[in-house]
Design a binder for this molecule. Structure first.
Ligand code: E4P
Length: 218
């Protein structure tokens, strides 16, 4: 399973890189805004900086909503760095753009997936990744993990190469259940990745080992 970090924060990205387990990055316009990145030149420079920090795919989202503009923006993003994956929303124009990018050999991540039908459509158009939003479905009383399970099963039934990128993963149990289901990738904040480190019995066990060692070595 691949681990992507869902942030535009360079410190968090560096911390995940340093841990040695990071396979890629996802960003979105809200995450870029959270870091105060504005203006085309700054946005492009920020994506480039992320690409240079990480050996893996970096999703950069188009802002355009019509096909021609999506294509123009996506090609500009893809030209920036080989790690760039063009993130495209699940809309009619988005599906057309995914098809266009697939034919040009440009990688895509179809975002804002909330149904199995949307995921199927994106896979048929040739998306590299589909991003079902687990947490946002849970937020409205639906079962986000069930959607991930459905998509994994459908793609496996037909051998679609599109990877299931479980997004909006909010806590450790989400991540573990995505792994059990067989999602290809999860994207989540740094706190979820570092949350995997933690167990109280590890902490108390290590404290005991060190204390016992000290007793006979001091
Ligand atoms: C996916 O690529 C999105 O950036 C992200 O996972 C959304 O997560 P959120 O619902 O916690 O904002």
């Amino acid at each position: 399973m691949k681990f992507f970090i869902d942030t535009a924060n360079l410190n968090d990205i560096q911390e995940a890189v340093d841990l040695g387990v990071l396979d890629g990055v996802t960003t979105n316009p809200s995450l870029m805004a959270k870091e105060g990145i504005k203006g085309l030149d700054n946005v492009m420079a920020h994506y480039k900086q992320i690409c240079e920090m990480v050996d893996g795919d970096v999703s950069a989202e188009v802002i355009a909503v019509d096909f021609e503009e999506m294509v123009r923006e996506g090609e500009m993003l893809a030209d920036l760095h080989p790690n760039i994956v063009v993130k495209v929303p699940m809309t009619r124009d988005g599906v057309k753009a995914i098809k266009y990018f697939a034919e040009k050999g440009i990688k895509t991540n179809c975002t804002l997936i909330f149904s199995a039908g949307q995921a199927l459509l994106a896979a048929k158009a040739g998306a590299t990744y589909v991003s079902p939003f687990v947490g946002r479905l849970d937020d409205i009383g639906h079962d986000g993990l069930l959607l991930v399970q459905q998509i994994v099963e459908i793609f496996s039934n037909y051998g679609y190469p599109t990877q299931v990128l479980a997004a909006s993963v909010r806590h450790v149990p989400h991540l573990i259940q995505c792994a059990e289901i067989g999602a290809d990738v999860v994207t989540c904040p740094l706190s979820v990745i570092t949350g995997l480190l933690k167990h109280p019995l590890t902490d108390s066990g290590l404290a005991t080992f060190l204390a016992d060692h000290k007793k006979v070595n001091s």
